[in-house]
Design a protein around this ligand. Structure first.
Ligand SMILES: C[S@@+](CC[C@H](N)C(=O)[O-])C[C@H]1O[C@@H](n2cnc3c(N)ncnc32)[C@H](O)[C@@H]1O
Length: 451
């Protein structure tokens, strides 16, 4: 499809895997396996042969990425968040990040020393859109492409797709082919070497080791000061409850940071913040260090869920300017909504686009917020983002209350009320110490999946 039949000989990771394949994937096993794949390959070949334009190619790659993965391994697809980001969202985020960069740092994304990273790149849509954004400024764009655009991906299929997509887009815009040297096959959350809070551990045993060049690329990325982190990190969109048993793995260093920050500052009894998008927020906030912007589209839970109070408290403290465009459509909060009709990703979990600006010498903090109408459809939301600017999309200024609530301030203040239960009352020796209505409380019925 890309006329790039030598990909497996050119790309460093593909080369290593091809070598492995040459040694182990032979003879009868190879024949039988390829025979089983043939109808699938034939369908891809015949469709690909009809595709002419660059944008059609991109659409085709996205379809392979998302649809193939969901059938091939639905649990991994959910855990890794294998779903592409609609272009209206990507473009809105790139344009808004550029506007914020200029407003707060007096520079544009295309300028020197503004290094940009997509930590969960999928098909590479954010890097591709950045290249489109830089169209018309060839010299600056070439420098950016070769030196200051970075992307990570942990799964091999999207890694290949991103690589082909990014290089083909660069060639389509500039008329010349160049290898994209800053795509790393790595688990971003494991790669903690370059975090401001890092306490020594090394990425040596990670996926990175698959090729020497990949290790060098990760090392190079880690040596850079990253100013803008932009992307669509994963979250388990379909896991409805614990029994789905599609748990994410642990990330010791990031999880320790979450415990020492978001959880420590939370007043919620049970705080489960080890989901993928909190981890990516934690990683990005630590990676940016002093000055920079984090732009993510994620689950909207952090905006108003009780267990995210610690997150909100620290976000308001650590970032000088926060912008949230709340796209709503959480089907569990409002069962009258439909995921496929109202949600921009066609899922049941509400979605928000956020921009967090960190500035060393900032005084004070401002939280800008905008929410799309409850019953707005997916198409209407995307059409809105297609033309919106960030200041119009997040027009309200929010003043958090003393408990780090950002929304529903009038209804969420329960401080003056007598609690139903309290730990102090449960453990109290005498009645005079009672501070709550009931002394005894427990979890209630919880099977814990016990036989
Ligand atoms: C929501 S998708 C990104 C979609 C992308 N913006 C696009 O439009 O194609 C998230 C991607 O992050 C990758 N990913 C998940 N966890 C990761 C991790 N820990 N490190 C790096 N990449 C990860 C997944 O494999 C998936 O391709």
């Amino acid at each position: 499809m890309f006329g790039n039949d030598d990909f497996h000989r050119d790309n460093n990771v593909a080369k290593a895997l091809y070598e492995l394949e040459r040694r182990f994937f032979r003879g009868d096993v190879k024949q039988r396996t390829l025979h089983a794949f043939e109808p699938y390959y034939a369908a891809i070949r015949s469709t690909a042969a009809l595709i002419q334009s660059h944008s059609e190619k991109q659409g085709f790659l996205k379809a392979i990425y998302e649809n193939f993965y969901k059938v091939y391994n639905p649990k991994a697809a959910d855990r890794l968040g294998v779903v592409y980001t609609p272009n209206e969202i990507v473009r809105f985020m790139v344009q808004s990040a550029d506007w914020l960069c200029e407003k707060h740092f007096g520079k544009n994304l295309i300028d020197r020393n503004v290094e940009i990273l997509d930590p969960a790149t999928g098909t590479g849509t954010f890097i591709v859109e950045l290249l489109e954004h830089f169209r018309g400024r060839p010299a600056k764009m070439k420098y950016k492409f070769l030196n200051e655009l970075h992307a990570n991906e942990v799964a091999i299929l999207p890694y290949y797709v991103a690589n082909l997509n990014i290089e083909a887009t660069y060639a389509a815009i500039t008329g010349e082919y160049a290898e994209f040297p800053n795509l790393c096959l790595v688990d971003t959350l494991d790669n903690t070497d370059a975090l401001a809070t890092h306490v020594g551990q090394h990425f040596g045993d990670l996926l990175g080791g698959i090729s020497t060049e990949n290790v060098e690329r990760i090392g190079r990325q880690n040596s850079r000061k990253i100013s803008v982190i932009i992307g669509n990190p994963p979250y388990n969109a379909n896991q409805r409850n614990e029994n789905d048993n599609n748990k994410n793995r642990e990330y010791p260093e990031i999880d320790r940071r979450i415990k020492a920050t978001y959880i420590k500052e939370s007043t919620a009894q049970k705080t489960k913040l080890y989901d993928m998008y909190s981890r990516f927020f934690r990683w990005a906030a630590d990676r940016i260090d002093h000055d920079g912007i984090v732009a993510f589209v994620t689950n909207r839970g952090f905006v108003d869920k009780r267990n995210f109070d610690g997150f909100r408290k620290l976000a308001a403290r650590d970032f000088s300017d926060i912008y949230v465009v709340d796209l709503g459509a959480d089907v569990r909060d409002n069962p009258k909504l439909s995921g496929t009709m109202h949600n921009v990703f066609g899922i049941r979990i509400g979605v928000a686009i956020s921009f967090l600006v960190k500035r060393r010498n900032a005084t004070g903090n401002r939280i800008h917020y905008g929410r799309r109408p409850e019953f707005e459809t997916r198409e209407e939301k995307l059409a809105f983002l297609h033309t919106a600017t960030l200041d119009k999309a997040a027009p309200e200024l929010i003043r958090p209350d003393a408990h780090s609530n950002w929304l529903d301030l009038a209804t969420s203040d329960s401080t003056g009320l007598l609690p139903l239960v309290a730990k102090a009352t449960k453990g109290a020796k005498s009645r005079s110490e009672d501070a709550a209505i009931f002394r005894l409380f427990s979890l209630g019925i919880a099977t814990n999946r016990d036989d």
